[in-house]
Design a protein around this ligand. Structure first.
Ligand SMILES: C[S@@+](CC[C@H](N)C(=O)[O-])C[C@H]1O[C@@H](n2cnc3c(N)ncnc32)[C@H](O)[C@@H]1O
Length: 185
């Protein structure tokens, strides 16, 4: 009996840590976004603004959208935008930003570690300043034929600037994105 209990505890431990980790992430980001104003500003990432004319119009999925600066910008450009973020505070702020700018987005408060991207559903999938390597296969499957992914986040070289993520798990190795998405080329 004792053995059985120990086995069950060992089997449940990873689940406990996974759930606890997600709660901690949500609480952390809710807290960050509870400040007044926009933590990363309300203007889109410059790379997205520069490249938007090259992107195929239609349905866009904005991963880890934060307070909505990129999601709202895409909606202003005529995209039909779904944005996902673990922080409910961020999602509410994104909705408000969209309302202020007179556009609509579909915000979803969800943990991307457990989220399933709809397959063959998006003309565009974006990911800015968020790295979850195991999402790559789902991102590819989420694209409609001719769809595009725009992905920008920190590389390992960021460490020398002493700002941005310091955890190497959240930093791209050199050419890692090229390898991750080489089959889309
Ligand atoms: C550095 S911020 C970038 C936000 C946004 N992409 C931008 O550039 O303005 C990282 C974002 O990832 C979100 N995030 C962190 N872990 C997440 C998870 N497991 N699922 C969904 N979103 C997550 C955070 O809430 C936060 O908004």
């Amino acid at each position: 009996m004792t053995r059985f209990i120990i086995r069950v505890v060992f089997l449940l431990l990873p689940l406990f840590f996974a759930l606890h980790g997600a709660e901690k992430d949500k609480a952390k980001w809710d807290n960050i976004y509870s400040r007044e104003g926009y933590v990363y500003g309300a203007a889109p990432v410059a790379f997205l603004k520069d490249k938007v004319k090259l992107l195929p119009k239609g349905r866009a999925l904005v991963l880890a959208m934060g307070e909505g600066r990129n999601a709202v910008f895409l909606a202003e450009q005529g995209f039909d935008v779904v944005g996902v973020d673990i922080s409910e505070v961020a999602v509410k702020k994104a909705l408000l930003l969209a309302k202020e700018r007179g556009v609509k987005i579909t915000p979803i408060a969800a943990d991307l570690e457990k989220y399933s991207i709809e397959e063959n559903a998006y003309d565009l999938i974006t990911c800015f300043n968020y790295l979850q390597r195991d999402l790559a296969p789902q991102m590819k499957k989420g694209l409609k034929p001719g769809g595009m992914i725009i992905f920008q986040t920190f590389t390992i070289d960021q460490l020398k600037y002493k700002r941005g993520p310091s955890n190497k798990n959240f930093l791209l190795r050199r050419n890692e994105l090229l390898d991750m998405f080489h089959d889309l080329a």
